[in-house]
Design a protein around this ligand. Structure first.
Ligand code: HEC
Length: 116
């Protein structure tokens, strides 16, 4: 068995790895890629976008007073608009898979919500 025969297989394998990873990001990766521009990596919303949109601090217990997983999931699916119909938060339905949305909802709760 000559080693060079393996090269195309190894190359194909190396190429396929990041592709399969991109097909389903975990919650932390989704948050970093899709949410942190507005909400900040730390969830506090102290970004330029966050300040402008007056985003609530996701680490504040007050924010979580009436937030449930269902509401967060709906928020991520449907996004939010102001009274004039201008988008405030992106609707991620169709942009993220259902699995990614579930994963990011779980990530947001376990990472930012105050422990009860
Ligand atoms: C374009 C900026 C932007 C992006 C990107 C964004 N958000 Fe938001 N998010 C907002 C704004 C603005 C609000 C407040 C919504 C409102 O005014 O009704 C909000 C509200 C929320 C809330 C509810 C908190 C509250 O105000 O009661 C959650 C939870 C949330 N976002 C999670 C996420 C997650 C998870 C992602 C990524 C998948 C994400 N957001 C991406 C701007 C953004």
């Amino acid at each position: 068995m000559k080693l060079f025969r393996l090269v195309p297989f190894l190359a194909a394998f190396a190429l396929a790895m990041p592709l399969t990873a991109a097909a389903g990001d975990d919650g932390a990766t989704v948050f970093k890629k899709k949410c942190a521009t507005c909400h900040g990596k730390d969830g506090k919303g102290k970004t330029d976008m966050g300040e402008e949109l007056k985003i609530k601090d996701l680490t504040d217990a007050a924010t979580w007073k009436d937030l449930t997983d269902e509401k967060v999931e709906k928020q991520v699916n449907d996004g939010a608009k102001d009274e004039s119909g201008k988008e405030r938060m992106t609707a991620f339905k169709g942009k993220l898979s259902a699995e990614e949305i579930k994963a990011v909802v779980a990530y947001v709760r376990t990472t930012f919500a105050p422990k009860k």
